[in-house]
Design a protein around this ligand. Structure first.
Ligand code: ANZ
Ligand code: ZN
Length: 760
């Protein structure tokens, strides 16, 4: 069979007949299969895209054949840095390169033969989409979930932009690997921390990979402890609170440490310590948070010259500042317990501070590893309490005197959404001299991103240089105003696209409430594990926020999540242009056709594991389909029909068919494509064996071959459709039902056992 022309033929027919259009009126049987949309890069579709999209598409087709009304949309996450960086390098405008890349990728995606419903397509860089991204911003602003504040931010000096914490790894910019520095800027934030507990609790009910749930859990970082008040030994009796998870060690405090940025530092520092303190503060302003937290970093600090009183026993302890205490976490102050905390221990040793042990092993022995829970000692009335009991009891006692309270902290920070870049959705806010910060009224959306902008980076938002964009009038008082020049983080665009798909043409609202509530949540979400924290957490947050505003009636956007594995280069490394190990699917698709390539990807890898690329098996996949074609041609010659008592050979073939149907149905649900293909291969072997049976019956053979074509069709869609036509069918094979195993056929009349007697 000439695969290439057959694929063209069916692609065209499918597009024209609208075979894959999702029926919005039939949502009782809906099944929303979503693949993470892609970034339109100039590099065309790579093997990874194919692996994600084509294989999930086989799953979607399988669900369709089980009778579900499958919704499988596709779109483009098309704002963002790469297009802008490319523009800076080449001078090609991001809009031009992006739209061109989208066109190329659409073409490639269509050739893949996936059942994407193109009517639902979204492109996040188009005004008809980002209008509603801006609307999301306004809604969050109305609810107090979007706010502006000056904050030290992660700044990449080479990308010239602010990075979210999530975009910094090991102190480096995730994209260009430059060292990230701190900079104070007024920025927009989304208050994701309001949902910290719910984001944590919601994980339990999700059918997601455990590893991903754990990563989110750690990212949210719930920590139970208490705040404890220390009073400074000065005239004003200034007070500050420390956050601790180990109040049971309060009797062991020998010093306290404030973050260098803490506002109290100025006030309490003794005159003779001022110079040292100022020098140290300047030093630490150059170190980023990630580095400060690293256990490997030297535990530096200086004494302020001031003292504070321990509220539980009145001990007078020195107050130091040190950069291992972060201003942004807890209260920005810690109590130093060198006997029971590793960092404190290192710090105390370095600065010659005393060490006082107050937790011991069960028999009062001192052999307890020093950071562990044990039994309180040297702690007055609390002696003998376990750490668990004590850490509550101590705080509760202080709380009665207003000197402390039980407290839960989260590592999760608010989501920084403003970017000093051009290629993104403008933040719909203006600043008026009289009225201050004024949100753009909904009816004036979208705030269009102007085309003629000098986007070369100079540390300022490129839009600032565009007078026509910047100068505007205040929607409230009509006076002069300037626009916000920052654009939104592209993770804002992708935090709601799965909602827009359900109603992508709506120009009155981001989506119709009723429609979205019928089609969502997504039943299967398939994409890379690299999105474990950011995208998936943001999407969950936006869903919950919209729910609380009354737009959605569900709590979680993605019921089940599947991460496909990574296809590595042939050398076992991640594919990258710089390593020269990128495998392009195009050559294979041109030589063998997209079905062979798809089936090869399905059979050659374990879907969730991936692995290094090799094409050893692709020829044998092509040969397998040749064998199938021969069988089908032979079957096509005979007539339909045949009934009556089955012969032993027929029972055998029947068994093979039902065995395959049963296992494929189970394995597809686990996205175990390679084992599913193996079952199809076994069934083909059984068909070939039956051909040689003494009781061979052409009609029976044909019926079995027909079933086989149906079973094969999600795996090699064009090929199977062609075979279906060859065997005389006038309707699409995708209108057939996937065979359900007949359990009775799986009970064998006879079973052969190999018997060994004395090893013979
Ligand atoms: C005294 C203590 C004694 C502590 C002990 C631990 C062990 P998690 O679980 O991550 O919340 N801490 C509090 N605020 C801090 C800040 N802003 N920067 C750096 N460290 C800070 O950790 C809470 C613990 O981290 C707190 O409990 C505090 O040290 C420290 F044997 O207080 B602990
Ligand atoms: Zn005004």
């Amino acid at each position: 069979m000439d695969n290439i022309s057959v694929e063209k033929k069916w692609n065209k027919i499918w597009q024209e007949s609208g075979l894959y259009k999702f029926d919005k009126n039939d949502t009782a049987r809906k099944h929303y299969v979503l693949e993470m949309f892609s970034y339109p890069s100039g590099a065309k579709l790579h093997v990874g895209h194919w692996y994600n999209y084509a294989l999930s598409d086989s799953y979607a087709r399988f669900k369709k054949m089980q009778g579900f009304n499958v919704f499988e949309p596709m779109g483009f996450d098309s704002f963002g840095l790469p297009a802008e960086n490319y523009a800076i390098k080449t001078g090609i405008h991001p809009q031009d390169s992006t739209l061109k890349n989208i066109e190329i990728m659409e073409e490639q995606l269509k050739n893949m033969g996936a059942m994407f419903d193109w009517d639902a397509e979204v492109k996040t860089c188009m005004p008809d989409y980002y209008k509603w991204t801006q609307w999301m911003f306004l809604k969050l602003y109305e609810k107090g979930l979007a706010y502006r504040k000056e904050a030290p931010v992660n700044w990449c000096p080479s990308c010239n932009t602010v990075l979210a914490n999530e975009q910094v790894s090991d102190g480096e910019c995730e994209r260009c690997h430059s060292t990230v520095v701190k900079k104070n800027l007024t920025q927009w934030f989304f208050k994701i921390t309001d949902y910290a507990q719910e984001l944590l609790d919601g994980l339990n009910a999700l059918d997601w990979p455990e590893k991903t749930k754990l990563m989110q859990k750690n990212w949210i970082g719930r920590s139970e402890g208490g705040e404890i008040e220390f009073v400074v030994d000065n005239a004003d009796k200034d007070a500050f609170r420390v956050f601790t998870t180990r109040a049971d060690t309060l009797f062991g405090v020998t010093y306290v440490v404030l973050a260098p940025e803490h506002p109290l530092v100025d006030k309490i520092t003794a005159p003779d310590r001022r110079q040292a303190v100022e020098e140290y503060r300047l030093e630490t302003s150059k170190v980023n948070e990630i580095e400060r937290l690293s256990t490997a970093k030297e535990k530096t600090g200086v004494f302020t010259g001031a003292y504070a009183f321990n509220p539980i026993n009145g001990d007078r302890v020195p107050i130091l500042i040190g950069d291992y205490v972060l201003y942004s976490y807890g209260t920005g102050c810690v109590m130093g317990v060198p006997a029971h905390d590793e960092r404190d221990f290192v710090f105390a040793q370095k600065h010659g501070l005393p060490i006082k042990r107050v937790v011991c092993g069960a028999e009062g022995k001192d052999d307890l590893p020093f950071t562990e829970y044990g039994v309180m000692t040297n702690s007055g009335e609390f002696d003998g309490m376990t750490s668990e009991e004590g850490r509550r009891a101590v705080v509760e006692k202080l709380a009665r005197k207003n000197k402390g309270e039980l407290k839960v902290n989260y590592r999760l920070r608010d989501w920084l959404v403003s970017r000093q870049r051009y290629w993104g959705a403008p933040i719909p806010v203006v600043y008026c001299e009289k009225c201050g910060t004024v949100p753009v009224p909904e009816k004036e959306l979208p705030v269009l991103l102007p085309y003629d902008v000098d986007f070369r980076p100079d540390g300022e938002s490129p839009l600032k240089k565009h007078k026509g964009f910047m100068n505007t009038t205040c929607p409230r008082c009509g006076g002069k105003a300037v626009r916000e020049a920052d654009t939104l983080d592209t993770f804002v665009c992708s935090s709601w696209y799965f909602l827009r798909y359900a109603d992508s043409k709506n120009d009155k609202a981001p989506f119709d409430k009723e429609t979205v509530n019928k089609i969502l949540p997504v039943d299967k979400y398939i994409g890379g594990a690299e999105h474990a924290c950011m995208h998936l957490l943001y999407a969950r947050f936006i869903t919950k926020a919209l729910r609380d505003m009354g737009y959605l009636r569900f709590d979680e956007p993605f019921r089940r999540l599947v991460h496909q594995g990574v296809i590595l280069g042939p050398d076992g490394n991640r594919m990258s242009k710089s390593k020269g190990n990128v495998v392009s699917p195009d050559a294979y698709v041109e030589e063998y056709g997209s079905d062979v390539f798809r089936l090869y990807l399905m059979f050659g890898f374990s879907y969730t594991e991936g692995g290094p690329w090799n094409d050893d098996g692709i020829k044998s996949i092509a040969r397998f389909l040749d064998r199938v074609e021969r069988l089908v041609k032979k079957a096509a010659e005979s007539e339909d029909g045949k009934s009556g008592e089955k012969t032993a050979a027929e029972k055998e073939l029947d068994y093979a068919k039902n065995y395959a149907a049963k296992n494929i149905t189970r394995d597809m649900e686990a996205f175990s494509f390679n084992t599913s293909v193996a079952r199809l291969m076994e069934y083909v072997n059984a068909l070939q064996k039956y051909e040689t049976a003494a009781t061979y019956d052409a009609k029976f053979f044909k019926a079995c071959v027909n079933d086989f074509i149906v079973m094969l069709s999600p795996f090699t869609p064009h090929f199977a459709e062609e075979l279906w036509e060859m065997t005389g069918h006038k309707t699409s094979v995708f209108d057939e039902r996937y065979p359900v195993a007949d359990e009775s056929a799986l009970v064998r009349d006879e079973t052969e056992y190999a018997v060994q007697i004395n090893s013979k």
